[in-house]
Design a protein around this ligand. Structure first.
Ligand code: 5GP
Ligand code: ZN
Length: 112
């Protein structure tokens, strides 16, 4: 997708602050962090949102990477949140699948 922001990050056209990369995913710091740790894990393939995810293993991989990043950044024990926003009511603004990994402060529930 040529005009997709996160595809441009995957291709290197836009360079985010990358914290992890492998053959399937790129993980980088959110530009508008909602907590001391706020990382986005995105698949390298363009997938619009959770509704369009066909490969269950890819979703599982994204979650495993999220846990590894939280561990690596020192938030595994204190706790963190991993969230997919989907479409308008879910609060999705960038239509390329991404997993928010947020930690370093106490979260509230339910989310607003
Ligand atoms: P959504 O609202 O779609 O669940 O999350 C999109 C996220 O992308 C937001 O948290 C927003 O701050 C982040 N974001 C938007 N534009 C950029 C950008 O240019 N660079 C980075 N690193 N994050 C971005
Ligand atoms: Zn994309």
């Amino acid at each position: 997708m040529t005009d997709c922001l996160f595809c441009k990050m995957v291709s290197g056209e836009i360079k985010p602050d990358v914290v992890f990369e492998d053959e399937k995913v790129l993980a980088f710091k959110d530009i508008n962090p909602q907590a001391p740790m706020h990382v986005l894990v995105v698949p390298k393939l363009h997938i619009a949102n959770l509704n369009a995810l066909r490969e269950a293993a890819l979703g599982g991989h994204m979650l495993k990477i999220a846990a590894c990043i939280a561990e690596e950044q020192g938030y595994a024990e204190s706790g963190y949140r991993a969230v997919f926003n989907c479409n308008d009511d879910g609060g999705q603004t960038v239509h390329h699948l991404h997993l928010h990994v947020i930690g370093g402060r106490r979260m509230t529930w339910p989310p607003g």
